[in-house]
Design a protein around this ligand. Sequence first.
Ligand code: FER
Length: 163
Amino acid sequence: MDKFIGSHMIYTYENGWEYEIYIKNEDTIDYRIHSGMVGGRWVRDQKVNLVKLVENVYKVSWTEPTGTDVALNFMPEEKRMHGIIFFPKWVHEHPEITVRYQNDFIPLMEESREKYETYPKYVVPEFADITFIENAGVNNEQLISQAPYAGMTDDIRAGKLQV
Ligand code: FER
């Protein structure tokens, strides 16, 4: 697992949604969502379950304060991953409530998941191509420390965003 921990990746799902993840340590991720239904959303210090399934295949799973459940399988050697996201009905209907720096709005997420409907869930299973991968070390607090902006992933891939 040591090889995977510290991975900083950008990937584009086959539906066009672009995401960025940093595997901060053995049970924590930071991430930014650059496009798609909840583009602009970003989160630090989300607790996850992280396991190595077989050599070079890793699974990251968690449940969000919004009630969204996520399971991701990474195959870094193939530059591919597969993600499945289970959105509560309310996130599909009011994605804008979740599009923010979530860490500063945990009570709003918890209120919204009680106030609005959960079912039926909106399930999004997609493969993605990994377009950037580096190892940024463990517990790097600078890496995901600013809001996503248009063109940010191009800047990261071009090495223009040094942290
Ligand atoms: C991902 C798919 C979904 C991901 C995060 C999410 C970091 C989170 C979704 C949400 O909470 O709305 O690949 O990677």
